[in-house]
Design a protein. Structure first.
Length: 114
């Protein structure tokens, strides 16, 4: 293939783990563990895609979009849909899309920032 090849990714969430005090109740520990596991799974998927595309001698660049870490979002609840909160997230994404700004490269996992 000729020309520049770019893979774009969109992550529907924040990838950094927020510090959080968790009670010893096993359901709370399980909930926190699943949250961490799902975020790490996103990293694994992105890096696997990078490896698959670049491991064959190709030269792909990656750029992406995700919810900004500093954006204040309400705690998520799987059983509750709050239109006001979803509209706020939509507005951020819409404004970002109008700018056509993408983060270059892949995001770094949490442990790379400590």
């Amino acid at each position: 293939m000729r020309g520049e090849k770019t893979a774009h990714y969109i992550v529907n969430g924040k990838l950094r783990r927020e510090p959080k005090k968790v009670s010893k109740a096993w359901l709370k520990v399980l909930d926190r563990s699943l949250d961490i596991m799902m975020k790490e799974s996103v990293f694994g998927s992105l890096y696997a895609a990078w490896y698959r595309l670049n491991g064959q001698g190709s030269a792909w660049t990656f750029s992406g979009s995700l919810i900004p870490q500093d954006l204040k979002t309400p705690p998520s609840s799987a059983d509750e849909y709050v239109p006001r909160d979803m509209k706020a997230l939509f507005d951020v994404g819409y404004k970002w899309g109008l700018k056509n700004e993408w983060h270059p490269g892949l995001p770094l996992p949490d442990y790379d920032h400590q």
